[in-house]
Design a protein around this ligand. Sequence first.
Ligand SMILES: [Zn+2]
Ligand SMILES: [Zn+2]
Length: 245
Amino acid sequence: MNCPACGHLLTPVDVSHVAVDVCQDGCAGIWFDQRELRLFDESSEDAGQILIALAREPRVAVDATLRRRCPRCPDSVLMRHFFSAQRAVTVDECPTCGGVWLDAGELDRIRSEYPSDAARRQAAELALEEALVPDRLALMDAELQEQLSYDTSRSRVLSSLLVACYLAVAFMLSGAVLALKMLYFSTVPWACVCFSDAFGGAISPILGTTRESPRSFVWFFGWLALLLPLIQLVIILVGILGMAH
Ligand SMILES: [Zn+2]
Ligand SMILES: [Zn+2]
């Protein structure tokens, strides 16, 4: 069997009763058949002096950018991927036989990553969790937006009804001129309530508010301005009632 990296003949070596193929006279890479690497990937496991002390022949050059062929299945190209969630070491794995090729020094780096298999699994789960967080935030954001737009649509209907009432009352009390005045004064507050998003972006620098609050600010002051005539009316009515007593 020949080395997939430098072409030298691989030497079978017995490590803890497992036959591992080593590029002893060449690039110092190691070939692990399927599931063999698992027996040596933790620092607590005995990898034998031979695997740890392997050193590359100075004259042997290895092009790490080249795709390699599996030493066992000549038709298969090795797939390069990260060994663990730490994304520190890349390994070449055969998609056909499941064997793994490690370049010189990679076994050492893999063994120093995690103290145990449990720690490696935990790190992998954590990495998966972290990848899911942006998804969850986007989902929450979408739900929040839905909620807000529902509130706005309700506000739109109510504020429009209120403005229509004002116009009708003004028209009945004193005719078209007062109704037009009413329309003139209620347009901006009504727009603030209905389009608080658009106004929020435009008004926030003047208000000096943060990015989160302008929307509710604009909405609130819009409603306040819209309700002012009603509030005035209530105050007047209370005044009249008070005088009647
Ligand atoms: Zn080699
Ligand atoms: Zn293979």
